[in-house]
Design a protein around this ligand. Structure first.
Ligand SMILES: [Zn+2]
Length: 284
């Protein structure tokens, strides 16, 4: 068996979700780990929460691959007495490397928003915010960028889209919520996995009739509805759980990883976290 080293795993990750696609404010890549350590098993999860790190320890995973970064903000100390330092200590003392692909995985083809919009049967959707091509010679390749927009095969009521999402996303306490007119019939769909309330201008410009994202707060949602109602009522809004909207990508990520490791003649076990890191547990 040819097990990869941490550095070879990083090469595989970077080939699928190039770091150059990450937003400038983001933190992606290897946060913890020895590049020369051997990796026999990788645990895939959305969040590097303590409960997930504990799971990696129990499973004997050598590398924890997450979407969200362990260390988004710069740190001055990794004392075990701090929140992040405690996680770093647990990882190092158990020989577990930690890697993440965040906004680079949002932007890449086959990324987070592709996984979300494909739940509605929409494939090859376009980015809501395309990246500059920078003279990319491969014009046949679909452009990368944040969010996706595409058309349903037939016009569909917003509430039916919400029901489909509720069926196809993992079940969460907060569920799937609609702002606007649930009975409105729509065809053009925009999505942004995770918190997408900064993209309303791009959503309107795309002609989307419904916008599916997560973490919609009161003020952005009410202002977006007022703006919509002064025009033609679009886009209607569907709010889903942040965790659910992005965790659907892990399945696609595991498939892409399996193929890429195999193509390089490398063997590694890939396992999905069984921990639900959606923070909300009850609702009354
Ligand atoms: Zn996220």
């Amino acid at each position: 068996m040819d097990y990869p080293l941490v550095r070879e795993c990083v090469e595989v990750f970077d080939s699928l979700w190039p770091r150059s696609l990450a937003e400038s404010w983001d933190s992606v890549g290897l946060a913890v780990g020895d590049p020369d350590a051997e990796v026999r098993s990788i645990l895939l999860a959305l969040d590097p929460m303590d409960s997930v790190i504990a799971e990696a320890v129990v499973l004997g995973a050598d590398l924890l691959f997450t979407h969200h970064p362990l260390l988004l903000k710069p740190v001055n100390s990794v004392s075990a007495g701090t929140l992040k330092g405690g996680a770093v200590h647990t990882l190092i003392s158990n020989d577990i490397a930690a890697f993440n692909a965040h906004t680079n995985a949002d932007s890449a083809r086959g990324g987070v928003s592709d996984a979300l919009i494909s739940l509605l049967g929409i494939e090859n959707a376009k980015p809501l915010v395309p990246h500059d091509r920078h003279g990319d010679a491969d014009d046949a390749a679909l452009p990368t960028g944040i969010g996706r927009v595409g058309d349903l095969a037939v016009p569909t009521a917003v509430r039916d889209i919400a029901r489909t999402l509720a069926d196809r996303l993992p079940r969460t306490t907060t569920g799937v919520r609609i702002a606007g007119d649930p009975a409105a019939t729509v065809q053009r769909v925009a999505v942004c996995g995770g918190a997408g309330d900064s993209l309303f201008d791009e959503v309107r410009a795309s002609g989307a009739e419904v916008y599916i994202t997560a973490d919609l707060r009161h003020h952005p949602a009410t202002e977006a509805r007022d703006t919509a109602n002064r025009h033609d009522g679009r886009p209607q809004l569907i709010d889903v759980s942040h965790w659910a909207s992005e965790t659907v990508w892990l399945e696609a990520a595991a498939q892409a990883l399996e193929a890429e490791f195999a193509a390089r003649g490398l063997t590694v076990s890939l396992q999905h976290s069984a921990v639900n890191t959606d923070p909300w547990v009850e609702r009354y």
